[in-house]
Design a protein around this ligand. Sequence first.
Ligand code: F6R
Length: 249
Amino acid sequence: MNIIPAENYNDLSQKAAKFIIEFVQSKPDAVLGLATGGTPEGTYKYMVEDFNHNKTSYQNVRTVNLDEYVGLPVENPNSYHAYMYNHLFKHIDVPEGGCHIPNGMAEDLDAECKRYDQLISSLGGVDLQLLGIGHNGHIGFNEPGTSFEKRTHTVELTRTTRRANARYFDSLDEVPTHALTMGIKAIMESRQILLIASGKDKAEAMRRLIKEENISEDFPASSLQAHSHVTIIADREALSLAYNYERRA
Ligand code: F6R
């Protein structure tokens, strides 16, 4: 795993945006796997800023998002559809038809999962997958204990994850109990992975990811240790238990 240390959240966001922008510039028809949550907000902000100043084009890019809550209509501001539209899609020139997010309102969720998997393969797979990481090591919404063999599937969210996401809702009760997520198998098939993490509360998860050589379904992010092309961009606080800033060359 290649680690790019950042000083703080702003520095991390700039570095992650630069990484994605350069990727798109070198492959203008890239399939980008995208994530939501607090961490990528700054990255998207800097991608938008670059689009406004440098006009990096996303006209031929296609995107697939990792996950979506079950039961939140797209117009609900907490849906990941709304998140992606508001933070990124409406600000850049990516065609609307090229942006894909699982449909958490589908009547038949199993059929929706199959459709999403077929869609990803019809796009030729993901070139660069952006990931955040949960305190419990989840990636996407693959909670501890999820089989690494799964592709897109429905998950019941753990209380930890619902509590972490409750900051966006009026109360914990309003946080959906289920979500659709790309599985570890699909994430691992991405040609490149960029994981971003910020803040002290991610330090233990980053320690387990970087320092422990134990690939286990109890800590889903550990699957990334078996991937040959992973870059981690994280800030000083997130790396405080896993990386020695003073000793870097
Ligand atoms: C979001 C996602 C989640 C988040 C993770 C970290 O699409 O897949 O795995 O990346 O929960 O969230 P934040 O960035 O809010 O700490």
